[in-house]
Design a protein around this ligand. Sequence first.
Ligand SMILES: Cc1cc2nc3c(=O)[nH]c(=O)nc-3n(C[C@H](O)[C@H](O)[C@H](O)COP(=O)(O)OP(=O)(O)OC[C@H]3O[C@@H](n4cnc5c(N)ncnc54)[C@H](O)[C@@H]3O)c2cc1C
Length: 472
Amino acid sequence: MFDVIIAGCGPTGAMLAAELRLHDVRVLVLEQETEPTSFVRIVGLHIRSLELMAMRGLLDRILPHGRQRPAAGFFAAIPKPAPKGLDSAYAYLLGIPQPVIEQLLEAHAIELGAQVRRGRAVTGLEQDDDGVTVELAGGQRLRSRYLVGCDGARSTVRKLLGVGFPGEPARTETLMGEMAVGVPPEEIAAKVAEVRQQRFWLRPSGAGNYSVVVPAAGVSDRSAPPTLEDFKSQLRTVAGTDFGVHSPRWLSRFGDATRLAERYRVGRVLLAGDAAHIHPPTGGQGLNLGVQDAFNLGWKLAAQVRGWAPETLLDTYQAERHPVAADVLDNTRAQMELSSAEPGPQAVRRLLTELMDFDEVNRYLIEKITAIDVRYDLGEGPDLLGRRLPDVDVQQGRLYGLLHRGRGLLLDRTGRLTVGGWSDRVDHLADPTAALDVPCVLLRPDGHVAWIGDDQQDLDGHLARWFGNPTG
Ligand SMILES: Cc1cc2nc3c(=O)[nH]c(=O)nc-3n(C[C@H](O)[C@H](O)[C@H](O)COP(=O)(O)OP(=O)(O)OC[C@H]3O[C@@H](n4cnc5c(N)ncnc54)[C@H](O)[C@@H]3O)c2cc1C
């Protein structure tokens, strides 16, 4: 009997497993693939994800594997400099191959004590009052108290739950792969420069191979991977030559469907990451969104398992994350429109390009894509309530260094307050020098501000709201 079974060891599943292990939750991750993925998409970790990594002490491990770039030009690829005054110690983009980030997160989860079993596909589930029975391909059955579907866009868990996935189907599809070429590099560079078409490029990817991206002939049912012949034929259509491509390392395809799960929770089964939302890769937000779902869900599900969760805590996962995903879907829809070659969208693009010369407009859009604008609706209160707190200076150094264990934190400039009977779940830092504009903040384990003030009775009410009954 496990506390939580996670279906899928992509970035979302691995991050969630690690977050649960911080609270000693017995976690099993089931991954259908026998080997880690070899599809090398270079993804960008945006500011909020970099902050999460810093909060768990992972950033120093990740940074050497990626390339830092300015936090600029994400919105519909409109080229503008990074806006001034981005309020983060990590105001850059980290370009990193997705397999690397997946391996680092999986290793982190395993180090913390998560079990990962590969070659195990979830095929069935049944839930009752006490837990979930999870069926695997081959007929094996496992039991856990909760199940989380982090099993990607075609989520089996979502389908088994019967949760609707409304939205727009794919209008276009793109082939993407890595392979050898049969012509000299200069010839390739000249042809790519001449054709200059969206979703078409060939770029050296090391060891004599090229990363090849080309529009597909149409939208397939995507049940089978593309073939080398599909690539050759499309390259000939788009560029007039197939560049002599051969010896593929991997071949893949992606579409531009936009969909959002109707519910993130059905009883003891939850959804996170691409299992809950899909959208075109414009702006590079999907992986970031999934990792941030996991960060929101991890401590809440752990609290539920450990028995201290207030009654409605687990439901705040959907209440907080569903609107965030809806907003990401909307901004990708807008970006896709702005990428159209039609005269109307092109005119809107020109106008927006002008507007982005106003730093506030530029910053608004970059804060949106990088998710540092997220504010959960925690009720009436100052603007900071429900937002993430940046990595401010504190006496011991920086705030995020104090959040590695995934506990709550009372950051207290007055030195008059106490976390009393919640000290087993919430740390207390009395620090008159903390770089805050307010007397005290209560931070949730995900770094969002749950309370602002200086009154002990008011604080106790909010500690109970987020961290349950006091002990002792
Ligand atoms: C071309 C391209 C570029 C992109 N660029 C970016 C970017 O720059 N930034 C960004 O944030 N995002 C980007 N994305 C999106 C990103 O790749 C995804 O959003 C991300 O992989 C989602 O992570 P996940 O863990 O939720 O799902 P996945 O990565 O899909 O992982 C799901 C896992 O579940 C496993 N699985 C599936 N079914 C089962 C089952 N029944 N039982 C057990 N295991 C199962 C799968 O094998 C897989 O390992 C890009 C996507 C594409 C296509």
